[in-house]
Design a binder for this molecule. Structure first.
Ligand code: 5GP
Ligand code: MN
Length: 317
């Protein structure tokens, strides 16, 4: 169990440390990266010694984020001393990859918005209503008392933009829009963020055409899924947005993307209209939100598909 902190207590925990490691989750997305970079700059303005890390490759999509070049990846055998480890936008410690093992810090703080949070850190700031961890970060930076400059604003806006599906998803609250509006006032250009996020290399669209050929329906059209076999898989092609195609088909309640990252390791992404898919993800060792969740199944693609579809159909009846 973690100590649940208020924003002020979270700010105090950060202020009492000098050397701080900020950790984004594996399969880093715009929310974890933008939140981490926003906090990095705020802490640097307070004179802190900050390291930002993720135990994964960072998609080229995010190269436009100011400060992204600061990200380092620790080797498993590396040991880094710090006063505080902050794990950002990760609901369970496995999402931190090797970072918890590499960083030797007396305390760990987790800042998160996932309903599936497992309370693994000493201190926890959890707001499951926040559309994005970036929303929490905006408020936290205000409590820390640092000015949000345009670079930080770009990072925080990207965090919001990512997790509420460019302000389309049900998690988009009046507060989300108010924060986004304030970030625009600080100089964010919405078209520049959306162009950075949406303009894709040709290889991405070429992969998409192949992936769409795998589109399959199940449960009388309530389930639609796409699959990336291990032969098709290319780590340099960003496939994060592909799931929106099965998601926006009439009659589909749950959309799934299966990605065979290795022969016996399949990543699963789920999006739903109403069904709580976080529960299914948790049952497979993953997590997420009610309508957007994911997990990793240690099985080859056909077996992973069989297991997940069965679990899903049991829930749909
Ligand atoms: P995505 O499908 O975009 O990878 O993830 C959807 C949501 O589920 C995100 O909020 C993400 O953090 C969460 N999620 C995805 N995969 C996992 C996983 O393996 N473990 C946990 N705890 N959460 C996950
Ligand atoms: Mn998030």
């Amino acid at each position: 169990m973690s100590k649940h902190c208020s924003l002020q207590e979270t700010a105090d925990v950060l202020k009492s440390a000098k050397k701080i490691v900020l950790c984004s989750h594996v399969s880093p997305d715009g929310d974890t990266l933008g939140s981490t970079l926003g906090l990095m700059k705020a802490l640097q303005k307070l004179g802190k010694d900050v390291i930002v890390t993720a135990d994964d490759d960072i998609s080229k999509v995010y190269k436009f984020l100011p400060g992204i070049e600061n990200f380092v990846r620790f080797r498993d055998e590396e040991r880094i001393d710090a006063d505080l480890l902050v794990v950002i936008d990760a609901s369970s410690l496995d999402r931190a990859g090797n970072v918890a093992q590499c960083v030797k810090a007396p305390k760990m703080l987790n800042i998160d918005h996932h309903i599936s949070n497992t309370e693994y850190a000493d201190y926890l700031y959890l707001d499951t209503v926040a559309a994005a961890t970036g929303e929490i970060m905006y408020e936290l930076i205000k409590v820390l008392g640092t000015e949000i400059d345009v670079e930080m604003a770009i990072c925080l806006y990207t965090a919001l933009y990512t997790d509420c599906g460019s302000f389309k998803y049900s998690n988009t609250m009046p507060k989300t829009m108010r924060i986004a509006a304030e970030l625009l006032e600080l100089g964010v250009k919405p078209n520049e963020i959306s162009d950075s996020m949406e303009i894709k290399p040709r290889s991405n669209i070429e992969m998409l055409t192949r992936v769409l050929e795998t589109l399959t329906f199940d449960a009388d059209g309530k389930i639609a899924y796409i699959s990336i076999s291990n032969e098709m898989y290319d780590k340099d092609v960003d496939t994060d947005t592909f799931i929106s195609y099965p998601r926006y088909i009439e009659g589909v309640e749950v959309a799934i993307m299966f990605k065979a990252v290795e022969n016996a390791l399949t990543r699963v992404s789920m999006r739903s209209r109403n069904l709580d898919v976080s529960g299914i993800a948790i049952a497979f060792g993953g997590g997420g939100h009610l309508r957007a969740a994911g997990c990793t199944i240690m099985a080859a693609l056909p077996e992973a598909q069989k297991q997940l579809l069965q679990a899903l159909k049991d829930q749909l009846v």
